[in-house]
Design a protein around this ligand. Sequence first.
Ligand code: COA
Ligand code: MG
Length: 298
Amino acid sequence: MNFTPTPRSPVRSILFVPGDSERKLQKAAESNADALILDLEDSVTASRTQVARELVLDYLKSQKEARRQQLWVRINPLSTPAALLDLMIVAGAPDVLMLPKVDSSADVVRLSHMLDALEVREGVQAGHIGILPVATETAASLFTLGTYAGCSPRLAGLTWGAEDIAAALGASTNKGPDGGYDHVFQLACSLCLAGACAAGVQPIDTIWADFKDEAGLLASSRLGRQRGFTGRMAIHPAQVDVINAAYSPSEEELVWARRVVEVFDANPGLGTVGLDGKMLDMPHLKQARRVLAMAQRD
Ligand code: COA
Ligand code: MG
């Protein structure tokens, strides 16, 4: 089906909210998260899944007009019958469906076809709903991170996780001797970043599980942005402002970016210029423009 995808602003912070918790839904709405992920998967027990679907659908419907936050929903893996039941929430016009445990872009295409039909049935604008795969949760997925480019106009980004892939590989931990992620999991992170950039969509960094460790979250978020990620998932409202700050350019970066753009504007026709005794060429200009674009978002 041909459609023009709904333009979606890039997001800095995306807060997970267990879909069966009315209290947390209320708290999340008060946070500064750019998007919420209303979860129907791992944070909800099987006996509460139907309750969660109904709560999430009610919440989506209550926020149909002029949403302050994008509302995303994590459904169950497409290989399970639960996923099909989860799709009742399409009637609430979520902005993005997060799809866990994908093996490749073929899963995105499959979900996209289902959405083509369900959007028509539910009176949702064709192509409104984006898809965000959690692209590193199965062993097979590590071989297919390069398959996402052009797979579907619904592709809203790529993100990664280090928990499910550890279980899939039989790893007893995802940590290396220095306390950071071991190299297998760093590989998943890097492939996700490259796969997202190759597909021209937002690379979204994984969670920081220790929600009391603000300093660790800040340092790792800064590192993530330095690597090229443009947003990050949160699991607790206290993480949101830290992530928003880490994923917004600092005043110093903005000053640098404006100067780089100015120096190239002042020297049309030159591919390489000097600034403060350092060489600048096209990649610097590209990066400076990216920093200025980041500052445009709210
Ligand atoms: N969204 C919205 N509100 C949340 C929240 C979240 N993710 N996490 C905590 N809160 C609320 C709590 O309800 C509490 O509010 P209240 O005291 O007014 O009721 C307040 O924030 C402080 O919470 P706190 O006591 O520090 O944490 P907790 O022990 O209640 O919860 C977790 C800890 C980890 C269970 C909780 O943060 C959570 O459910 N996170 C999301 C988990 C998830 O979705 N995982 C799936 C992806 S990995
Ligand atoms: Mg999981």
